[in-house]
Ligand binder design. Structure first.
Ligand code: IDP
Ligand code: MG
Length: 140
């Protein structure tokens, strides 16, 4: 059964380009409630662990280096059908393939520097939210 929470990060390229506010506006306009949020910078150890599923992929170290290159915003979001609806809102991994009006179409620089993360399943949403937030940092 679909749960109602997902996990996101506004990635270093979008923070650097000054789009935290624009992206949060799109997220809340789409009906997501923020249940937890922090501005932080990942350590290499954290980034490696977060993206461990991709460790055999050729871009793994590039991805880790990028994700630690500057600060991010991490958040837990709530909405009916959160995981699927948020993937629709962010668009395809490669912004050249993302639909008009999606966050990645508007704000991503490239397939690697693609502005936002969105969990790909309910199971991973829980794992990723728990990775970044302790229970007393989550509201409600
Ligand atoms: P997703 O973020 O749309 O779920 P994944 O395939 O899970 O995409 O890849 C995780 C992240 O790895 C992407 O968001 C992107 O930052 C990076 N990435 C994916 N494919 C490539 C690539 O071909 N080159 C460089 N980085 C990539
Ligand atoms: Mg993914």
């Amino acid at each position: 059964m679909a749960t109602n929470r997902t996990f996101t990060m506004i990635k270093p390229d979008a923070v650097e380009s000054g789009n935290i506010g624009n992206i949060l506006q799109m997220i809340t306009d789409a009906g997501f409630d923020i249940k937890a949020m922090k501005f932080t910078q990942l350590t290499e150890e954290q980034a490696k662990k977060f993206y461990e599923v991709h460790k055999e992929r050729p871009f793994y170290q590039e991805l880790v280096d990028y994700m630690i290159s500057g600060p991010i915003v991490a958040a837990i979001l709530e909405k009916d059908n959160a995981v699927a609806d948020f993937r629709s809102l962010i668009g395809a991994t490669d912004p050249t393939e993302a639909e008009e009006g999606t966050i990645r179409k508007k704000y991503a620089e490239s397939k690697a520097k693609n502005a936002v993360h969105g969990s790909d399943s309910d199971e991973n949403a829980k794992i990723e939210g728990d990775f970044h937030f302790s229970s007393d940092e989550v509201i409600g």
